[in-house]
Design a protein around this ligand. Structure first.
Ligand code: TXA
Ligand code: MG
Length: 329
């Protein structure tokens, strides 16, 4: 690619964070670790930088971005928090929760980043490197997952480099992330709505609010032009290999993505086996999910059989991502 730009990869130490903040300030693109997945950041107020971000990812412009901020005061400058939003922010920030709220008057997030909606998605990450970077930069940073659009989200700096080297200015390497699936997204509408299951289990949110979250009907692949969370298209998070869910056996030529004790017929003959969590822990499985999908792809698996994973805790987010990976494309 003759248009390739040089992508620097720096350790996420004080010098790296200073470089990254300066790169945002001049309109550049920086990938950095958050507790959920690596994000690809740009200055939320800089429309030209955001245009480059959409281009680097190959992301459709109708799909809005999450604004990351350092603290609740910064969040209130861009979004309007009703009582429910305040309670959620208080209980789960900093952490893997994104709140969709009406934009505050004078919200400085570029229209391109909110795809022309009158709402804005906001999150205060808990990862120390993300927090240090937001503090050093001083403004809001929009950051989708740092992968090519439609591909599996990155949980290491090497995953980011594999997708985006030559397309972005800088990658801050802060090691593997802890949660492994993206933030939970709650729409603070008339009825608080679960727009995407993620790093905060929906049960924890429902317990805190003492009411169930509304869940939008699952998007029909054809009807996905104006979904509530426009990024939640059916075919997303896709490895190259075909993904077959709820496998009760391994077919000849298949790789196996296991969960819990390995008792599946045919498992010994699998092309490759990776176990998300031998002990059956959904949090451990979430941490491994995207990396293992990438590894099985790299081993050349044509089809991946996936064992059933219970839907509680982080299992809901895992099963959501796996359904999208398995959707026809
Ligand atoms: O954990 C995460 O949330 C990661 C890290 C980097 O923070 N980010 C992330 O961003 O997953 P992305 O762009 O891959 O997913 C953002 C989702 C999309 O599904 C998008 O449609 C939705 O948030 N979204 C953004 N703004 C929205 C809005 N105003 N209303 C509804 N959905 C919105
Ligand atoms: Mg993404």
């Amino acid at each position: 690619d003759t248009n390739a730009i040089e992508t620097r990869i720096l350790p996420a130490d004080a010098a790296g964070i200073t470089q990254a903040a300066a790169t945002f300030a001049r309109g550049g693109l920086v990938a950095f670790p958050t507790e959920t997945v690596y994000g690809l950041g740009a200055d939320a107020a800089n429309a030209a930088a955001i245009a480059r971000l959409y281009q680097a990812k190959g992301r459709p412009a109708f799909n809005p971005l999450i604004a990351h901020v350092a603290n609740i005061a910064a969040a209130r400058r861009i979004g309007r928090f009703d009582a429910t939003a305040e309670r959620l922010a208080d209980a789960f920030w900093p952490g893997p929760l994104t709140l969709v709220v009406p934009q505050a008057p004078g919200c400085t997030v570029a229209d391109l980043a909110t795809a022309g909606l009158d709402t804005v998605a906001i999150r205060i990450p808990s990862h120390p490197i993300a927090r240090a970077l937001l503090a050093a930069f001083g403004g809001a940073v929009v950051a989708p997952s740092a992968n090519i659009s439609g591909h599996v989200s990155p949980t290491t700096a090497a995953h980011v480099a594999a997708d985006l080297r030559g397309r972005i200015d800088l990658i801050l390497d802060g090691g593997p992330v802890e949660v492994g699936v993206e933030s939970t997204i709650v729409g603070c509408f008339e009825q608080p709505t679960l727009l995407r299951p993620g790093g905060v289990p929906s049960e924890a949110i429902e317990t805190m609010l003492d009411r169930p979250l509304t869940r939008p009907a699952p998007a029909e692949p054809e009807a996905s032009e104006q979904p509530l969370a426009p990024g939640m298209l059916a075919s997303h998070y896709a490895p190259r290999a075909r993904v077959r869910l709820d496998a009760s056996e391994v077919a000849p030529g298949e790789a196996l993505l296991a969960f819990g004790p390995l008792t599946l017929p045919g498992a010994a003959q699998a092309v490759a086996v990776l176990n998300l969590s031998p002990s059956g822990d959904p949090a451990e499985a979430a941490m491994h999910l995207f990396g293992y999908l990438r590894s099985l792809d790299a081993k050349g698996a044509r089809s991946i059989a996936v064992m059933p994973i219970p839907n509680d805790g982080l299992g809901e987010a895992i099963n959501d991502r796996l359904r999208r990976a398995a959707a026809p494309r």
